[in-house]
Ligand binder design. Structure first.
Ligand code: SAM
Length: 241
């Protein structure tokens, strides 16, 4: 996968190069990342990229021409142009899964009051929000997308299976995790995890994943298709509450 980020702050993305799993995926060639400075496309002698909003009002708006030229400089038939915006579709694991199948993402980061709407309406394929709140720029949302998408690409995680057990992948939250020591401050890890009985461990984990979801995110169970066995587990849990 190739990712181009269009931003006024390209240095912001340097941190990804040396950053843990994503940095390794980058150096292993699992994906390529190119931060494009929108300011480089300004034809203004002062390199201005923003101007006052038509109609008045506070703040500045990013001008359309440099953004259009920045998009055109990297766009091909395979590109999906995403504008990070608080007005977009709310990002979730399902969207991360589907974007991880794309070949080329162009992530457009706004700043100030946002970008001229003629760009949004005519040159953007999708608007994505990372939540119902407003940030100062699209750089942190772009990083959120990059991290969540890149970890799904083959070759990023050492064991490909590991993301499939995680929260949200199949519509449930993950089961609780424990590591050494067996007893910490007098609190033991659940005995079943030390039993070596893989079938019992699998069953316990499924049960705990259902329990976690029921307690922390019951709304997720409205969408999840329960198997007969899972339904039985859940009914038992609700009765014993
Ligand atoms: N005036 C805009 C509005 O009310 O919809 C908000 C502009 S915001 C201050 C500046 C930039 O930050 C946006 O252009 C967008 O790129 C980014 N941004 C802010 N909040 C975001 C969110 N929740 N998700 C994704 N991007 C966001």
């Amino acid at each position: 996968m190739r990712i181009d980020v269009l931003t006024l702050f390209p240095d912001f993305f340097d941190v990804l190069k040396g950053w843990s799993i994503i940095g390794r995926a980058l150096s292993d060639g699992v994906f390529s990342l190119n931060a494009v400075n929108i300011r480089d496309f300004s034809k203004d002698k002062h390199k201005r990229v923003d101007d006052y909003p038509f109609g008045g009002g506070p703040g500045m708006v990013m001008k359309p021409e440099p953004i259009y030229d920045a998009i055109s400089s990297v766009k091909s038939d395979e590109s999906l142009v995403i504008y990070l915006s608080p007005q977009g579709k709310i990002f979730n694991q399902e969207l991360a899964n589907s974007l991880s199948k794309e070949r080329h993402l162009i992530l457009l980061c706004g700043h100030y009051e946002g970008i001229d709407n003629r760009v949004v309406e005519n040159y953007v394929d999708m608007e994505i929000s990372i939540g119902d709140y407003v940030l100062t720029g699209g750089e942190i949302p772009a990083m959120v997308l990059i991290d969540s998408i890149v970890r799904l690409l083959p070759g990023t995680l050492s064991c490909e299976e590991s993301y499939k057990d995680e929260s949200h992948y199949d519509g449930l939250l993950e089961y609780p995790q424990y590591t050494r020591p067996r007893v910490f401050n007098g609190i033991s890890v659940p005995e079943v995890l030390l039993s070596g009985n893989h079938e019992r461990i699998r069953e316990w984990r499924k049960c705990q994943a259902l329990r976690n979801t029921l307690l922390k995110r019951p709304d997720m169970l409205n969408k999840y298709k329960l198997s007969a066995k899972e339904k039985e587990m859940l009914d038992r849990m609700k009765k014993s509450k």
